[in-house]
Design a protein around this ligand. Structure first.
Ligand SMILES: C[S@@+](CC[C@H](N)C(=O)[O-])C[C@H]1O[C@@H](n2cnc3c(N)ncnc32)[C@H](O)[C@@H]1O
Length: 216
């Protein structure tokens, strides 16, 4: 992932963001050492942003699409109340085995329901269960971003928040070439044209789209 800001600014941002706890630092380091594509992990600064978004929105139920090794899921679960819940889903048994270990060690594991299945199947199952989510974090395969957005929208109350990661896609959104570039462009265009939400595209890390539901 190409950084959108220079190393000096990145270090300054890092130094002026609530420090990472030792558990999160260990999870980040283990992911970098042992797993493929560690750059997929949201990391310290975006993890802090997600924690604050869950806290200020007073979310009680969160859905995450794309668990990987658990950094973002654990960040959000740690901001939920004791009786809050996070459903997180992925298709990768290796990365999610790491996530399961850290969830268990964190003291927030009882809030977390990890489902190993394609996300669209999990969303359909959650809809059939009558589940609702105050906040949904989309961070999985890019070609499905618009599908995820449409599938989770009915599960959010008015005032609910959709947070989507990698929405600047290393800057490739301004000159898209690959199918994944076009998928992110299509997602941002879909949100921008959607009168049901108010939205802001934050240039945090690789870009974070926030879309707040105004009506069904
Ligand atoms: C960018 S990573 C998620 C990073 C994670 N949020 C974090 O901060 O550590 C994307 C994840 O989406 C998963 N994924 C890809 N396609 C998927 C699908 N169809 N359904 C569910 N998960 C999928 C991948 O296995 C990968 O672990």
């Amino acid at each position: 992932m190409l950084s959108l800001i220079g190393p000096d600014i990145a270090a300054y941002v890092d130094a002026h963001t609530t420090a990472e706890s030792p558990l999160f630092a260990r999870l980040r380091e283990e992911t970098q050492r042992d797993l493929a594509m560690p750059q997929m992990q949201v990391g310290h600064v975006e993890g802090a942003l997600l924690r604050i978004l869950v806290a200020v929105s007073r979310a009680r139920s969160v859905l995450e699409i794309g668990t990987y090794s658990g950094y973002s899921g654990l960040a959000m679960a740690s901001a939920l109340p004791e009786d809050g819940s996070l459903v997180t889903c992925d298709v990768d048994p290796v990365a999610t085995a790491v996530a399961r270990r850290y969830f268990a060690e964190s003291g927030h594991g009882h809030k977390i329901d990890l489902r190993l299945a394609p996300a669209l199947d999990t969303i359909a199952a959650l809809a059939a269960e009558g589940r609702r989510f105050d906040l949904v974090f989309i961070d999985a395969d890019k070609p499905n971003y618009v599908n995820y957005y449409e599938a989770v929208f009915p599960l959010l109350p008015v005032g609910g928040l959709i947070v989507a990661d990698n929405t600047l896609w290393s800057g490739k959104v301004v000159a898209p070439k690959e199918p994944s570039d076009h998928a992110i462009v299509a997602f941002n265009a879909r949100v921008a044209a959607d009168p049901r939400v108010e939205h802001v595209l934050l240039s945090v890390r690789d870009g974070v789209m926030l879309a707040r539901k105004l009506r069904d």
